[in-house]
Structures are given as structure tokens and as C-alpha cells.
Design a protein around this ligand. Sequence first.
Ligand SMILES: O=C[C@H](O)COP(=O)(O)O
Length: 257
Amino acid sequence: MSRKPVIAGNWKMNLTHLEGIQLVQNLAYHLDSTDFDKADVAVIPPFTSLRSIQTLIEGDRLDLTLGAQSCHHETSGAYTGEISPTMLSALGCSWVIAGHSERRTLFGETDEVVNAKVKAIIAAEMTPILCVGETLEQREAGEAEAVIRGQVTGSLAGVSAEQVADLVIAYEPIWAIGTGRTALPSDADGGCATVRATVAELHGTETAEAVRIQYGGSVKPGNVAELMSQPNIDGALVGGASLNADDFAVIARFHRL
Ligand SMILES: O=C[C@H](O)COP(=O)(O)O
């Protein structure tokens, strides 16, 4: 089965809305319809930039898609400081990241919390980008596979095979995030293969063959082609390199390399 790659730039807590607009304008200049035929390309700015970038994408009819970095699982209510899936959907978001390792480790998000978010994102008709991945300590203790399996299983509890087939899962080994230390292409593919095998056990091979699995962790113009050539890698979740339009454009145009 051929799976359309997803290249997503997670800006994390970087760039004002003015800087964001400039970045997206530069990015749009570098990409053409061939690139969007080959991959879904998404920008995932902080909440404060979503409205500006939405206006730019719609006004200039760009093929870029928009995503958010997190959300609350409730539709509305007394949750000061939180943002609901409904609000993100109204801003034209197609994607919402759920369970990024920074949310799991710095903000205490458990598989149960992530699971509630995944379901809420799907209910609001957006696509979750579910993140999983092990720490260096877990990897060195030989626990990487069990950690990945546990996170995939816990985060997808109660999500149907049909819904799982449509979502995106990002395998991000924590030791490779923002460290410049990219996983070897074979290790990155191995992690993605574990994700796919877990989905197959949960929902069968057809679902596992359909789900798109990204690798994330120090993806750069210099390593994207080799990573993307791996059989289980269907895209990239890019942090640092997505803050530079030239670099992110090269990554999004990986098929030309
Ligand atoms: O969401 C993106 C990942 O955490 C990867 O970040 P990075 O490319 O800066 O390592």
C-alpha cells in the first residue's frame, strides 16, 4: 500500500505571529504543487500564531496545512489556559499533536490523558499526530520496544481500527530530540516498525499498512532523504529545522534529493 508522506514542522514555543507569517511566506515561495502531490506538508505553530497563519493560508490559497501542538480533551468549560479541539477546528487546523514527549515529561501527560486527547481530536474531525518514544535510559536498559508498545496501546485504547488507519503516529526517541543526535536510519525504521507491529496486533494488518508513521528527532536537510527511504517511515516531525524556511523547504522537498 502506498502511504502519502506527512512532513510536519513543530515550531514548539518559538516565533511570534509576525515571525511565523514571514516563515510561511518564505516556505510557500520554495514549494510548488509537485511537492504537495508528493507529501502533506504542515506547519504547527504556537496557538498565538494560528489565526494569522490560517488567514495567510486561506488568503493566498496555499496547499500548506495547519496544525496545533496540543489541546484539552473537553469541548469547553472552566479550564483556564486551555484550548479545545473545537476551537482549533474552527481555526482551520487539520492536525493536532497528542502526547509529544515534552508534554509527557514536562507536563505530566500520561497515556490516559493522551488517549482522551486523541479521541477528542478525532471527534472534532481533525487528525491526531500521536507521539511515542523511549528515553535514553529506557533504550540502554533494553526497554525501548516495550515502552513504544505500551504507549501505542495505552494512547489508542478505545479508538477503532478505522480511526487508527487514518491517524498519524510519530516515533520520536527522546534522546534524539533537539540534541543533534539523529537515530541511525535503521534504528528510526526499527522504532517505526515496532509502532506498526503494535497497530497490527491491535487492529490487524490492513490497519497497520494504512497508518502513517513519522520519524522525529533531529531531522535535517542532510539526513531526511535516507530516513525517508526506510520502509516504515512515512514522514517526519521536524522541530528545530522547521524554524528555518530554507531548511524546512528542503526537508519537504525530500523527493527531489
Ligand atoms: O516535534 C518535533 C520533535 O520533537 C523533533 O525535534 P527536533 O527536530 O528539534 O529534534
